[in-house]
Design a protein. Sequence first.
Length: 411
Amino acid sequence: MSNTSDPSSRRRFLGVSAGAATALLAGWRPAPSSALGANDRIRVGVIGTGGRARGLMRQLKELPGQEIVAVCDVYEPRMLEAADIAGGAAAKAADYRRLLDDKQIDAVLIGVPDHWHKTVALDAIAAGKDVYVEKPVSHSIEEGAAMVAAVEASKQVVQTGTQQRSWDHWMLGKQIVDSGKLGQVTFVNTYWYQMAGTAPLPEIETGRLDWKRWLGPARDQPFDAERFLRWRHFKDFGGGVLTDLLTHWIDVVHWYMGVELPLTAVATGRNYRIKTWDWPDAVTATFEYPRDFMVTHVGTYGSSIDDGGLEFRGDKATLKIDRERLLVFNEDRPKSSSGFTPEPEIHVRSLGDGSVSHLRNWLECIRSRKTPNAPMRAGHVAVRAAHIANAAMGMRARVRFDEKTGKVERV
């Protein structure tokens, strides 16, 4: 996204006066980059080299002051592809502990499936490594609580993969909410729509896969290509749409609204298209929060139109935000002649990928030893809400989370 302090880029705000834009954006700037010297190189190892991790590797390579020196995966073809991205000279290992034992590695990027997150992250912290761990950080509420305790008792820098917290227009949205411009926000709608493919799965070279090691802490079971490739949708390995996608958006809700734990949750889901998954392909969830507001989430793997986003509805204005744009609609602004929606008072388009700035923030914090934008506690409380909703769906009841017992219970 362009720097909104520049007059030419301020034209991206549609229908807002220069004075109003200045008032809304006073003091807002993208985080500055650190001045990097030749001796500041951070040596990074990558553990789990699936599609998301390889994408992050490509972005990380573009940032100064780092070097990807090792890659680890139990599936050799992925590991070799990751080594090529790293530059060909990276060390390769099937056992992640080899990377943690290497004293020359300063930090690790963890892209393993969810059921491995706690084990690998805590081992990395114990080995004195700084960590970037993809969301959702945990496979259960109990795992997340243990991870928070371990990270906060350590001196390690741990960034979790909710990149909105480092993305320019999402940071602007936080300032808009904090300014009071929306008035009293009583309703937040979140949504995410994706089209899951039903084509035959690509062939897996099982002779080059250590299936037992991939299973790790999960129960023993025979190899299944769908579970290997689409593990998010099977309970042994992931938490379905709610932990995978809702976690991003509920993190934004927590961040913008200054809350951490819903009062209650209720959820429903069904498998309408894909009957082989454990988790549903269509879901709805509703959360009540302190500070007198409600959050809804709807999602399906049967449609991709609109992708995902959030609407913060206040009695003075509504903020609509997704990974492409930010819009603010003022309640006092005249409605259009053709309907109920006024022209947006503010319209900002994102021109980049927040994962790049999120990785940059991680590297900067490794140098400064400051807390990164998405610390472990934020990652934990975000996925905790998704775990609570999954529990509500399983129990077919409205539920709450008891912080004293650490259990989800019926209301």
